[in-house]
Design a protein. Structure first.
Length: 275
């Protein structure tokens, strides 16, 4: 069940990223991120009210820390994409973001079976291949620093969320959004993007936020069911759905290296599931 939930989380996250990218083409990115965070907060609040009995102050603190970590990661990611090559920044941040939960899981949960380790290794290799773009790569030092920082933030977000399992509550996700929304609002104001979103970008931005939060919910439940290394790796395979949607909806060409990455991602899922 944990494997199925983690794969579902990856699909939701990748799909949300696709809609977020569409929204960002129609409006300032900081405003898009703010609105997507607001939509995610609504989803988290509804889930917490319906599905959770309560929570502890410790879990709320973990959730808030995760939200701040994710907010900083978003700042670093989009700044890195602005100053560097996306073909370098996006794959590197995804790979680092995947590696951190795997390492944390190995440290806290112990060494998994050999088949799972092989699946994790194949999955880590798949992420940069699936995320590869047609843009020539550059090696701008600052963009690489930002990409690593974004990956550490994204991975840290997943690791911190995985710690909020004491009461099996979704209230920490509410705390995460409560912590990140002010940061996004501040950045939108600071960058001169404004707080109001253009009508053409509202639907994809809200879909992005809802799917992102759905992914967070699925990840948390998956972390309750399985070990963090496996769940973190499978969730980080989200670029597969992003690339597929870009190909099917926008007509973007899927490169041979991306096809190889998708096959490796599928192989990783199979190896982990066979355990």
């Amino acid at each position: 069940m944990g494997v199925i939930l983690a794969i579902s989380a990856a699909f939701a996250l990748g799909t949300g990223d696709f809609f977020g990218g569409v929204a960002a083409q129609r409006a300032p990115v900081w405003t898009v991120v703010l609105w997507s965070n607001l939509a995610g907060a609504v989803v988290a609040l509804a889930g917490a009210i319906v599905l959770s009995d309560g929570t502890s102050s410790t879990d709320l603190a973990w959730g808030a820390a995760a939200g701040l970590c994710g907010g900083v990661a978003t700042v670093c990611l989009y700044r890195g994409l602005a100053v560097g090559a996306m073909s370098v920044v996006a794959p590197l941040s995804a790979a680092v973001g995947a590696a951190l939960p795997v390492v944390a899981g190995l440290l806290t949960d112990g060494r998994p079976p050999a088949l799972v380790l092989l699946g994790l290794a194949v999955g880590l290799l798949a992420i940069p291949l699936v995320s590869a773009s047609t843009t020539p790569a550059t090696s701008a030092r600052w963009s690489l620093v930002l990409a690593v920082a974004a990956g550490l933030g994204l991975g840290g977000f997943l690791v911190l969320l995985s710690r909020t399992d004491g009461t099996h509550s979704f209230w920490p996700l509410v705390a995460a959004r409560a912590a990140s929304i002010p940061l996004m609002a501040f950045m939108a104001h600071r960058r001169g993007a404004g707080l109001l979103l253009a009508s053409a970008a509202r639907r994809p931005a809200l879909l992005a936020g809802g799917l992102d939060m759905a992914s967070n919910v699925l990840f948390v439940v998956a972390a309750w069911q399985s070990d963090l290394a496996t769940v973190g790796l499978l969730t980080s395979l989200y670029p597969v759905s992003t690339v597929l949607l870009a190909h099917l909806v926008l007509g973007e060409r899927v490169r041979p290296v991306q096809r190889v990455g998708m096959m490796l991602a599928l192989t990783s899922v199979v190896l982990v599931a066979l355990n």
